[in-house]
Design a binder for this molecule. Structure first.
Ligand code: S3P
Length: 439
């Protein structure tokens, strides 16, 4: 397992001020890369995915599709997918979805509607994550699925399914559930409608519309009609806001910082953190925004700022669900109280992110208290370097690294290599922006 040692900004300050400065382009978006691969596999004809995220989670999707008979050529910065209008071959061997919830849940939806027999599984973290949320509605559509304890991987999708559309009121706001059902609905009879308690990321709806599929969107209600034929397409994947969020918060909390972020996906269903940080007093400007390949993309200017505490709950949560660990780090440096509630979903991510962020930031000296569905942070706290545990969760590892930048002394993060699933270049990118360079 990899271990990383971070020299802190404050300690470096003894010799000179260390800040983050320069221009930064985040890695390609993970959610969009997954969807581009799945839709290209379902389309008839050749698709080209430019600037795909070629890391752990998306490679899990790519490998799974190859096992299911889809031809994918991995060129440098461009993947070419030859879709046959659906998945055709059965995989005798279990398909390994690695650490990726998006791979296993979306694939369960797609395979249910394809008449393909397959078993899906993953690593020890993925095997602990709930799958009933997709199995239950897919069964209502007619799918034949069995799973460990009826809720966990391995999941077996049986061949003889023929699906009919349903209207599903999902108890949780989840883009993975929504997408699994919509993609199954493309090959089901009649209409498939998903109603969410709050709006989750809408990349699937945007992409389907862009490909000419009729998608009805009314508030939190999305409908597709079965029988839509997809044709091969070209897409260029923008930068991932979730990966960028670590750099946004780092620039806000490390004194003297000023970053220009380029080519960032600014889809409003992803950028809830921007809204919250601005309310906290963050100096963030959107420099440019334009629509490209179905998504708003732009540049940001971020400067070190004095932050103040805030409250985050309800419909805001799905708009920043993956950014809550890094929000906790920002809150530890903000004046006053920050309360995050209604975020119970965090307990079933790659780790229990509520327990993880509370215990690891506490070790570093933050005043943070656990709630069942979130936490309360009172700041600002002078953090101190400590041995911290990523718990094998990429977003925890990167959030703790950013906390380490403002902590006095050394922060050692256990199992930093888990960042390979979304952002293997994180340390290099961070080091390239630090001034003066850490020694
Ligand atoms: C994702 C949806 C979210 C998010 C995950 C990626 C997606 O999960 O946390 O990192 O690509 O659809 P949920 O749908 O479980 O909230």
């Amino acid at each position: 397992m990899g271990t990383i040692l971070f020299r802190s900004a404050r300690r470096a300050q003894k010799t000179a001020v260390s800040s983050l400065r320069g221009k930064y382009t985040p890695p390609p978006d993970k959610s969009i890369t997954h969807r581009a691969l799945f839709l290209a596999a379902l389309a008839k004809g050749t698709s080209q995915i430019k600037n795909p995220l070629a890391t752990g989670d998306c490679l899990s999707t790519l490998n799974a599709l190859q096992k299911l008979g889809v031809s994918i050529r991995k060129g440098r910065g461009i993947w070419t997918v030859k879709g046959k209008g659906g998945l055709q071959s059965n995989s005798r061997r279990t398909i390994d979805c690695g650490n990726s919830g998006t791979t296993i849940r979306l694939l369960t939806g797609i395979l249910s509607s394809q008449g393909v027999e397959a078993v899906l599984s993953g690593d020890s973290s993925l095997k602990k994550r709930p799958m009933k949320r997709v199995i239950e509605p897919l069964r209502k559509m007619g799918a034949k699925i069995t799973a460990h304890k009826d809720n966990f991987a391995p999941i077996r999708i049986h061949k003889d399914s023929s699906l009919r559309g349903i209207t599903w009121g999902s108890p949780i706001a989840s883009a993975q559930v929504k997408t699994a059902l919509l993609l199954a609905g493309l090959s089901a009879s009649g209409k498939t409608t998903v109603i969410e308690p709050a709006k989750s990321r809408d990349h699937t709806e945007r992409m389907l519309k862009g490909l000419g599929v009729k998608v009805g969107v009314e508030g939190n209600r999305v409908t597709v009609t079965g029988g839509a034929a997809l044709k091969g397409f070209n897409i260029s994947v923008p930068g991932d806001f979730s990966s960028a969020s670590f750099f946004i918060v780092a620039a806000l909390i490390v004194p003297g910082s000023h970053l220009i972020l380029r080519n960032v996906n600014l889809n409003p269903t992803r950028t809830g953190l921007l809204t919250v940080l601005k309310k906290m007093g963050a100096k963030i400007k959107v420099l440019r925004i334009s629509n490209k390949d179905f998504e708003p993309v732009g540049d940001l200017d971020v400067r070190h700022s004095m932050l103040k505490g805030t409250r985050v709950s309800g419909a805001q949560i799905p708009l920043l669900i993956d950014e809550i660990p890094i929000l906790a780090v920002a809150a530890s440096q903000a004046r006053g109280k920050t309360i995050v509630k209604g975020a119970l979903e965090l307990r079933v991510k790659e780790s229990d992110r509520i327990a993880a962020i509370v215990s690891e930031l506490k070790k570093m000296g933050a005043n943070i208290k656990e709630r069942l569905d979130g936490f309360t942070v009172t700041g600002p706290s002078s953090l101190r370097g400590a041995p911290a545990d990523s718990r094998g969760d990429h977003r925890m590892a990167m959030a703790l690294a950013v906390a380490g930048l403002v902590a006095a002394g050394k922060t050692k993060i256990k199992d930093f290599s888990c960042t390979r699933v979304s952002y293997p270049g994180f340390v290099n990118d961070l080091a390239s922006l630090l001034h003066p360079k850490p020694r």
